[in-house]
Design a protein around this ligand. Structure first.
Ligand SMILES: Nc1ncnc2c1ncn2[C@@H]1O[C@@H]2COP(=O)(O)O[C@H]2[C@H]1O
Ligand SMILES: [Zn+2]
Length: 876
């Protein structure tokens, strides 16, 4: 069998040579060659003595290898137009750190996350902040928290790990490169629904099963959303549109995805059949209700019920109806959030619409009006959307709830509406003053006339018009063809994206700009965020942003960088710069409980590595102190861990601390018994970082924690090199800083030190007390040394995912960011606009941009083996 990694380097910008030459076998059999156009080709070595060896390859392997000849572009994984919808779509969002498989920061152990979760009943909750704090795991963290707080774990005897598994599946089912329809939106909607469920009018009546089902429906309501509207899917004959016969296409898909996550995770398997059936039924009907084209029906029905005063929630059908409306409101609640948060969502949603417009242009389809970047503005869209779609819904909702919460929603809505109106006015004035081109003003009078002219049209008309423009195939009605029956082959295919399969063609994301000479341009998507402040309190702010690097790295750039690095133009960021912000973190957060303020130290990071996907054992690094279970329930996740109540096939590993001092550990090799913990005390920064290495996982015949037998020979350690050091999989190492730093991104630690395990000799390392652990400074750039978790997962699953090398050379940039002298990223003020634009786009790649550079810091950094933390000189 061919090394997995070689099978997936089909994309033009990958350098297959890197993978192929890694093993002796492939070196003799396969040659790589750099073609004139800078692409790599792969060829079989036809030499006599290679033939026998060649026979070992299976026919399919050979065809895979041949397909590596990317010049011929034979094998395209992008067979369909929308990659996210085809079966090769990566399961993991970009925001997800690859350092851990389904690693999971337990909410009760992470100070910042805990702080955010403790306020998740408040309306000013910021899902973007939670995304940052949890390293892109807002969904699983929030849902576990809610399930625990609602007492479902106890009541339904739910397995905490299954909850995590289930919602991790959900999380990864969202496309993180959608600006709006991503996991952060799911978390936001779920939190809003949670707020509604606390309302006295509702909470008095709903049953636990209904609450649980509603939360599941909320979190899954846009699952696997491709980032395009239904009319678009219909117009492009998307398979989903075909499958669901053009009716509630997306909602039906979301619902089905939701059920598949529930079933795959077996979360409810142990429950009585009718409970399962009821939950699934509830989830289905609630998700289907989010189809915005059904909004008018719901409003009329709600109005009717209220006039008849027949909304008696002790009746199940009425509860069902109200919960459907509640989810609809939660789905559309972003305009009712405080301005800073609401604005962020508005930009996200418009960006998604605009991207669709660009794709429509590429496909020569009529451009949906609200998707035309050149003819409409965010303020215009928002002003209309808030007035004609959101306001009618929330006015009714307020009439129904009549609570302080609903009052708050209305207040924010009106305030935000006024804000957008004002911005729109400014735009109109500016355009009036300056231009004769078709702009917003012209658009307002022509194209958007029906939306703008309140006086002439009733609200319903306007609302439906808006809905039409984003949901119904109105644009095609005048065309001679029925677009939705247009055969696929007539639709020009999208350009191939180079590296990662995304729901949106990258070519449309990137934009080229002339950079000053001597400044290195890099690809947009390689930068995820930028920022100046990485303090814990900063993380709570929407403007936080950190720059970190993704492994989405193209090899051509990488080669350029390698040469830069070797000429010392790019060198590692000095440690103080790397850690200064971390060291500056507060050690305490103040929380309020029962009216009293509590000061809590933030000093724990519990990293729980679960193994639901990989079928591995669970490791709980118990270096975090005090459990934080107030109720002493003994059934919560943490209690289970503390009392070692995990099922037998899961192991609690207790680290035995060893420590040594000093920063300069580069040459020291310190002997530690297996399963030990290395406490590295940085005297310089007065910071203790305990590095817990679970050595027991590394065995003689294992490579990166996996048994040899399951992997191709080529991937095993080189037997010739008796002194070869196996890199401990990063997932098997955890870090805790005594300073209370929430080390979400392990790269922050990995950056200065690379922990290696000396596997010298042929002795089995199992039960061998003489395992050597040593820390050595990372030499940059380091060659990829392992498959990513994603690859491992995919290999096990036998699918063909994309390649993200374990480690990548450093240094990335895109327009607006400059790597100057290779040392720091500074900001060229001249590029400000581009910078901001890029930020918005960038943000959108990870799905949580408005903030704009914020959310990837903790998350995406993790995807790169050499991800680094930079400070930018400018804060947006
Ligand atoms: N602030 C907003 N501006 C414009 N459209 C929005 C906004 N918020 C939500 N929407 C749209 O309303 C839709 C509600 O259902 P979805 O979440 O599927 O997709 C949503 C967006 O298409
Ligand atoms: Zn939604």
């Amino acid at each position: 069998m061919i090394p997995y990694v070689t099978c997936v380097c089909t994309k033009t910008t990958r350098n297959p040579q890197k993978w192929l030459t890694r093993t002796a076998l492939s070196q003799t059999l396969v040659e790589t060659e750099l073609a004139k156009d800078g692409k790599y080709c792969v060829r079989f070595n036809e030499a006599e003595d290679s033939r026998e060896e060649l026979k070992k390859f299976l026919a399919e392997d050979i065809s895979l290898l041949q397909s590596l000849n990317i010049n011929e572009e034979k094998l395209s994984l992008a067979g369909k137009q929308f990659r996210t919808l085809h079966r090769y779509r990566t399961r993991y969002p970009v925001t997800k750190p690859e350092v851990s498989r389904i690693a999971f920061l337990h909410d009760t152990n992470d100070g910042i996350t805990q702080y955010l979760l403790s306020s998740c009943w408040k309306w000013n909750f910021n899902a973007f902040s939670l995304d940052v704090a949890t390293g892109g795991r807002s969904v699983s963290v929030l849902l576990l928290h809610l399930f625990h707080n609602y007492g479902f774990i106890k009541k339904f005897r739910l397995d905490a790990l299954k909850i995590v598994h289930c919602f991790s599946l959900v999380e990864s089912g969202y496309h993180s490169n959608n600006p709006y329809h991503n996991a952060v939106h799911a978390a936001d909607v779920t939190q809003a629904l949670h707020c509604f469920l606390q309302e006295e009018t509702i909470s008095r009546h709903v049953t636990p099963v209904e609450i649980m089902a509603s939360l599941i429906a909320a979190v899954c309501h846009d699952l696997d959303h491709p980032g395009f509207t239904q009319p678009f899917l219909i117009a492009t004959s998307n398979h989903l549109a075909v499958l669901y016969e053009n009716f509630s296409v997306l909602e039906t898909h979301h619902w089905r995805m939701a059920i598949s996550c529930l079933r795959e995770s077996r979360l409810l398997d142990h429950l009585e059949r009718d409970v399962c059936v009821e939950t699934e039924w509830w989830v289905r009907s609630m998700i289907l209700a989010t189809d915005i084209s059904r909004q008018q029906d719901f409003l009329l029905k709600l109005k009717k019920y209220m006039e008849e005063t027949s909304l008696d929630l002790s009746k199940k059908d009425k509860r069902h109806f109200i919960l459907q409306v509640a989810l609809k409101c939660a789905d559309l609640c972003n305009p009712c959030r405080p301005w800073s948060i609401s604005k962020q969502w508005s930009y996200q949603v418009c960006e998604e619409l605009y991207r669709q417009g660009e794709v429509e242009t590429e496909l020569c389809l009529p451009i949906t009006r609200v998707c035309d970047r050149t003819r409409t503005s965010v303020a215009r869209i928002q002003s209309d959307f808030l007035r004609f779609v959101v306001a009618p819904l929330f006015e009714m909702w307020h009439q129904y709830l009549k609570s302080s919460l609903s009052q708050k929603l209305m207040w924010h809505l009106l305030h935000n509406q006024a804000h957008w109106d004002e911005l729109l006015q400014q735009e109109l004035v500016e355009l009036d003053d300056t231009s004769s081109v078709l702009g917003i003003a012209a658009m307002a009078s022509e194209e958007f006339a029906p939306l703008a002219s309140e006086e002439e049209d009733s609200l319903e008309d306007c609302a439906s018009l808006y809905c039409e423009s984003i949901l119904v195939v109105n644009s095609f009605s005048s065309s001679t063809h029925r677009r939705y029956s247009l055969p696929m082959k007539k639709v020009p295919s999208l350009k191939k994206t180079a590296i990662r399969r995304q729901s949106f063609p990258l070519s449309l994301v990137s934009h080229t700009k002339n950079l000053p000479s001597g400044w290195i341009p890099f690809h947009l998507k390689n930068i995820f965020s930028c920022s100046s402040n990485v303090t814990a309190s900063g993380l709570l702010e929407s403007k936080t942003s950190i720059i970190s690097l993704s492994s989405e790295f193209n090899s051509l750039d990488s080669r350029k960088l390698e040469s830069e690095a070797s000429s010392s133009q790019i060198s590692a960021l000095p440690r103080e710069r790397l850690f200064s912000t971390l060291c500056g973190n507060p050690s305490f957060v103040t929380t309020k409980k029962g009216g009293k303020s509590h000061e809590r130290s933030i000093k724990k990071l519990a990293l729980v590595e679960t193994s639901d996907v990989l079928n591995e054992k669970l490791t709980y690094t118990s270096n975090s102190s005090e459990p934080d279970c107030d109720t002493d329930c003994c059934s919560c996740f943490l209690c289970q861990v503390q009392s070692n109540k995990f099922p037998e096939d899961e192991i609690l590993r207790q680290a035995t601390p060893h420590s040594f001092q000093g920063d300069n550990v580069s040459s020291s090799r310190t002997l530690f018994p297996q399963g030990s913990s290395v406490n590295y005390n940085s005297t310089k920064y007065n910071e203790m970082i305990s590095i817990n290495v679970d050595c027991t996982k590394i065995r003689k015949n294992e490579y990166f924690g996996y048994k040899l037998g399951t992997y191709p020979e080529d991937l095993s350690l080189d037997p010739q090199r008796t002194n070869s050091a196996a890199h401990i999989p990063r997932d098997d190492i955890s870090f805790v800083s005594s300073k209370g730093v929430d080390i979400i991104n392990k790269q922050q630690i990995f950056r200065p030190y690379f922990v290696t395990l000396d596997s010298s000799g042929d002795e089995s390392m199992e039960n061998n007390d003489n395992t050597n652990i040593f820390l050595e400074p990372v030499r940059y750039p380091k060659e990829p040394n392992s498959m990513t978790c994603k690859q491992q997962v995919s290999q096990r699953r036998g699918s063909a995912p994309d390649v993200v090398p374990y480690s990548q050379p450093i240094g990335f940039n895109n327009e607006g960011f400059i790597i100057k002298d290779g040392h720091e990223i500074s900001f060229d003020p001249k590029c400000k606009k581009d910078f901001v634009d890029a930020g918005e786009r960038l943000g959108s790649i990870g799905g949580c941009p408005g903030n704009t550079f914020g959310n990837h810091a903790t998350s995406v950094g993790g995807t790169s083996g050499l991800g680094r933390l930079y400070r930018s000189t400018t804060r947006l």
